[in-house]
Structure formats: C-alpha cells, structure tokens
Write a protein that binds this ligand. Structure first.
Ligand SMILES: NC(=O)c1ccc[n+]([C@@H]2O[C@H](COP(=O)([O-])OP(=O)(O)OC[C@H]3O[C@@H](n4cnc5c(N)ncnc54)[C@H](OP(=O)(O)O)[C@@H]3O)[C@@H](O)[C@H]2O)c1
Length: 189
C-alpha cells in the first residue's frame, strides 16, 4: 500500500510558518536544496524547478501531493494555480472551487480521503501541509521528514494543529548540513 509522508520545514520549536502564514524566515539553504533535489525532486514547485535543475527530472518517491487550502492559496493568489503539475494535486477546502482541472478540491473526512488514496495504485503520497491538515492526518502519517532549521520562533503555525493524539515516531536517519539545517526521517512506531 502507498504510504503517506509529511515532508515539511520547521523551526526548532516546531513551527512551519509565523502567525500570519509567512515562512520566508526559513532560509533557502543551497546545501539542503541540492540534497532534496536529488532525493525528492517532485517536491519542488513549478517555479523552483528550473533554478534547482529538476525541470525534466522524473518523480522519485511521490506522485500525489496533499495541501490544505491555506497552504495552496498563497501560490494561487500569486498566479500559480497548479504548483505541482507533475503530481496529482489534492487540495482540502470547503470554500474553494477548483481553479484548474489539474487541481482536485476535496472536503470531508481527511482520514477517509487518505485511506482511499492509499488503496489506489501509485507512488507514495506527499503531505505538504499545513498544520491544520496534518493534525487531522497524524494517525495516517507513515513517515515524517522534517527539515529542522536552527531557529526558534515562539509562536506561529505548528507542524500539527488541533487536537492530536500522542503519536510516537522512530528516527530512521538524520543528516546535518553545514548550513545548520538537520533533515531527519522518522517512521511511525
Ligand atoms: N514550512 C513548510 O514547509 C510549510 C509547508 C506547508 C505549509 N506551510 C505553511 O503553513 C500555513 C498553512 O497551514 P494551516 O495549518 O494554517 O492551514 P492548512 O492546513 O494549509 O489549511 C487549512 C484549511 O484547509 C482546509 N481543510 C482542512 N481540513 C479540511 C477538511 N477535512 N475538509 C475540507 N477542507 C479542509 C480548510 O480550508 P477552508 O477554510 O477553505 O475550508 C482549512 O481552513 C501556510 O502559511 C503555509 O505557508 C509551511
């Protein structure tokens, strides 16, 4: 069965964006981006593919991306209605209508949606975020890949929001980059 991976960038204190939704404070570190381009080129959105040399690179791990509306919408407002045209794009929203045929807008029980996707054939599924969607899907996350930046923020949008059950993950691998970022992969215990 396909697995669900939450791959996300976070501060030391577990925030993925500030309270207003910005995450420019998480720097684009060339050493990290090069490694990610090699491992998961499909996680680069359309406007970043040429700069990071992954324009024609085939997907390696994922063929589907899941986004909450608040994760998807800033790109839409900036004119990028289909940020990951090389993936099946599923956006969770009760307020948005599909802006592009390439983007599926779904509403309802996120766990049911993911279980149905997992039953289908294909490559693994990337949960892009944000925290509200990830909080609902914590029980379905098979793998967590956290890019941990050496920064503390104190408040903002957490990696998992809303009521969540205490869930254990086992560290599988970790790489510390010269830039100070550590990328750690965990699997569900
Ligand atoms: N650092 C990183 O790597 C990273 C990665 C991803 C995102 N982010 C940041 O995280 C922030 C967004 O996170 P967030 O926690 O605020 O929001 P989010 O999870 O991206 O989106 C929340 C919205 O998704 C919709 N939604 C969630 N569950 C749903 C369900 N079961 N059915 C239908 N719709 C559902 C609702 O939209 P409606 O109100 O339209 O119904 C809800 O308001 C953004 O600032 C983004 O930039 C950072």
């Amino acid at each position: 069965m396909r697995s669900l991976t939450y791959y996300v960038g976070a501060t030391l204190d577990g925030f993925i964006a500030d309270a207003l939704g910005g995450f420019d404070f998480l720097p684009v570190e060339p050493d990290v981006m090069q490694a990610m381009a090699a491992e998961m080129p499909e996680t680069f959105p359309v406007h970043a593919r040429e700069p990071f040399g992954v324009t024609d690179v085939p997907n390696k791990r994922f063929d589907t991306v899941l986004m909450g509306r608040a994760t998807y919408e800033p790109g839409l407002n900036a004119g990028i209605a289909s940020p990951y045209p090389h993936l099946r794009q599923v956006v969770f929203s009760r307020t948005l209508s599909a802006p592009e045929p390439e983007v599926e807008v779904v509403a309802g029980d996120a766990v049911d949606v993911v279980r149905e996707l997992k039953r289908q054939d294909g490559m693994d599924i990337w949960l892009c975020g944000g925290g509200a969607l990830a909080g609902q899907l914590l029980g379905e996350i098979d793998e967590l890949v956290v890019k941990r930046y050496p920064l503390a923020l104190g408040s903002g949008i957490p990696m998992f929001a809303g009521p969540c059950e205490l869930t254990g993950f086992a560290p599988e691998s970790s790489h510390s980059f010269d830039s100070g970022v550590a990328v750690t992969t965990y699997t569900r215990r």
